[in-house]
Design a protein around this ligand. Sequence first.
Ligand code: NAD
Ligand code: MLT
Length: 312
Amino acid sequence: MMYNVLIADPLNAVGILPLKNAKNIHVVVDTGLSAIQLHDKISEFDALIVRSQTQVTRLLLENASRLKIIGRAGVGVDNIDIEAATELGIMVVNAPNANTNSAAEHTMAMILALSRKIPQAYYALKNHQWDRKKYIGVEVRGKTLGIVGLGRIGAEVASRAKGQRMKVIAYDPFLSPEKAAKMGIEYGMLEEVLRVSDFITVHTPLLKETRHLINAQAFELMKPGVQIINCARGGIIDEDALYEAILSNKVAGAALDVFEEEPISHHKLLDLPEVIATPHLGASTIEAQENVAVDVSEDILNFFSGSIVRHP
Ligand code: NAD
Ligand code: MLT
C-alpha cells in the first residue's frame, strides 16, 4: 500500500528525508498552493503536513476523502479545524516540545529589546540619527513580569525572567499557588496579574476562551506604563484595544511576534513607535525547525507503520 503525503508549508529537510526514504510513502512538497488549489488536490493525499500558514478548514477536510493524518510542524493547532478532523476520523499530531526553547528565547529577546528600545534606536542610527536622549529605557531587574498561560513556553520564560532578576507572577487555570511557589514564582488570578505587572506576556493557545482575553477591560486594569509582549498567537490580544491603550499612554510599549491576520505588510500597530515586531519568528531557529520536522515526520511514519504515535 502506498501513502501519499503532501507537505504544504516549508519543512526542514531532516523531516522530509525519512519520509522520502520510506518504501511505502510518496512525498509531494508543494508549499505555494492557494486555498482553492489545495482544495482541488487534497483528495489525492493520505497525510498532510503544515505549519501555521495553511488553513485546514472543515471545507477542506470534507473534500479530503483519503486523508488519515495531519501533521502540524509546530505547537499551535488553531489553523486546523480539530472538531471537523475528529468528526471525520482524521488524526492530528503536532510537535509540542520541539520549539519551546526557541519561543521562550524569542520572548526574552523581545522583553529586553522592548525595555531598552533597541529596535527603535537601531532604526534611527541606520537612518543616520545619533540620539542618546530619545532612547532611554528601563531596567527589567526588580520589575514584575506577568505571565498569562504557564505551560511549556510560559514556564521557560518564567525561569529565564528570574535569571534577569525579575519578579514573576503567573495566571493559568492549571496552576496552583503551591506549584507556583515550587517554581519560585507567585500565583495570581488573571485580574491580579494584570493589575500588578510592569510587563505582561501571554503564552496561552488561541482558543474560543482566549480570543481577546486581553481586551479593553483588561487594559483598564493594568498599571499605566505597562509593556505588553505577544509571542503566542495573534487574537489573544485585541489589537484595536491595544492600539487605543498605546494612544492613551496606558501602554508604554508592545512587542508583537504574531498578528490576528498573517501575513501582513501594513498594520496600524506597526505605525506606532512604541510597537516593536517580528514576523512570527518565535520558532524560527535552525534547532526548532529541525526538531519540529523530525517530530512530525516520525509521527507520520509511526502512523503508517502501525506504531505508537507520540503526539496525537
Ligand atoms: P502549552 O499547552 O504547554 O501551554 C499553554 C498554557 O496555556 C497551558 O498551561 C494552559 O493551561 C494555559 N491556558 C489555557 N487557557 C488559558 C487561559 N484562559 N488563561 C490562562 N492560561 C490558559 O503550550 P506552549 O507550548 O506553552 O505554547 C503556547 C502557545 O504559544 C501555542 O499554543 C502557540 O500558539 C504559541 N507558540 C507560538 C510560537 C511562535 O512562533 N510565536 C512558537 C511556539 C508556540
Ligand atoms: C507554533 O505554534 O509552533 C508556532 O507558531 C510556530 C509555527 O507556526 O511554526
